[in-house]
Design a protein around this ligand. Structure first.
Ligand SMILES: [Fe+2]
Length: 252
């Protein structure tokens, strides 16, 4: 690996890592969609696959911008990983996906499998929230607004996806998995459930607290790819979060 001399080199390295991560997610999501039983979960994963493909394209744009920004250095050094020197593999995402594939291949009831798929997807989302929050903070620091904007757009989409998964999990799917264990039929009347701890929010390093607040423009852009019912759930969860634990965030 080339020596990283400054924050810009580190940003390039992290973007390469994310390109690999998104590519791995694009390859892994179809099998998760196929195994999911709940229609809303299937829809959420299907929509996120389309969003992820856009995110990958966005990262390619980021790389092009950094390449242009980098002048003659583009043909050597750290860019070789993307432009001709062999692809970098994000080992973190590889591990998360491998772990997810192992658990969702285990013998379990369909309702339990849905809960396991959500857990797997949220681990991936939390990794991405951390990674995108970090690179956005770097781009802010380096004063490359066009890169910062693209990364923030994706960060907001990852938050939306995570919110939606949380609302599906605590809104019924976890309880359906629990009902299977206690012998109840799924779809029975639900009592109020505790909506805390697992399936909650991550606090990724350099996440929202380390950059500008979510802009309305990127918010509306990310929402376009989400169904109306999905949007409602995600927005509701965001609203709850905004007035809750994340109030410790320091907005710039
Ligand atoms: Fe993503």
């Amino acid at each position: 690996m080339e020596k990283m001399k400054d924050l810009k080199d580190l940003l390039k390295h992290e973007i390469e890592d994310l390109i690999s991560a998104e590519q791995q997610i694009i390859e892994a999501l179809p099998s998760m969609i196929e195994k999911a039983k709940n229609p809303q979960l299937r829809q959420a994963l299907q929509e996120h696959l389309q969003v992820t493909e856009m995110q990958k394209t966005r990262l390619d744009k980021v790389m092009e911008t950094l390449k242009a920004n980098n002048g003659k250095e583009e043909s050597k050094g750290i860019f070789n990983g993307i432009f001709g020197g062999g692809e970098k593999v994000c080992k973190g995402m590889q591990g998360l996906i491998k772990e997810g594939e192992k658990i969702i291949s285990a013998d379990m009831n369909p309702q339990v499998l849905d809960a396991a798929i959500i857990a797997c997807a949220q681990k991936i989302e939390h990794y991405e929230i951390c990674a995108y929050g970090t690179v956005r903070a770097y781009a802010n620091e380096l004063k490359i607004p066009q890169v910062s904007q693209l990364l923030e757009q994706t960060l907001n989409e990852e938050y939306d996806a995570d919110d939606l998964l949380t609302s599906l999990a605590v809104g019924g799917l976890n309880q359906e998995a629990e009902d299977r264990r206690s012998g109840k039929r799924s779809g029975s009347a639900r009592s109020a459930t505790s909506k805390s701890s697992s399936n909650g929010r991550s606090n990724g390093s350099n996440g929202r607290s380390n950059g500008s607040k979510k802009s309305s423009s990127s918010s509306s852009s990310s929402s376009k790819s989400t169904s109306s019912s999905s949007k409602g759930k995600a927005a509701k969860t965001r609203k709850t979060r905004a007035s809750g634990k994340r109030s410790t965030s320091k907005a710039k």
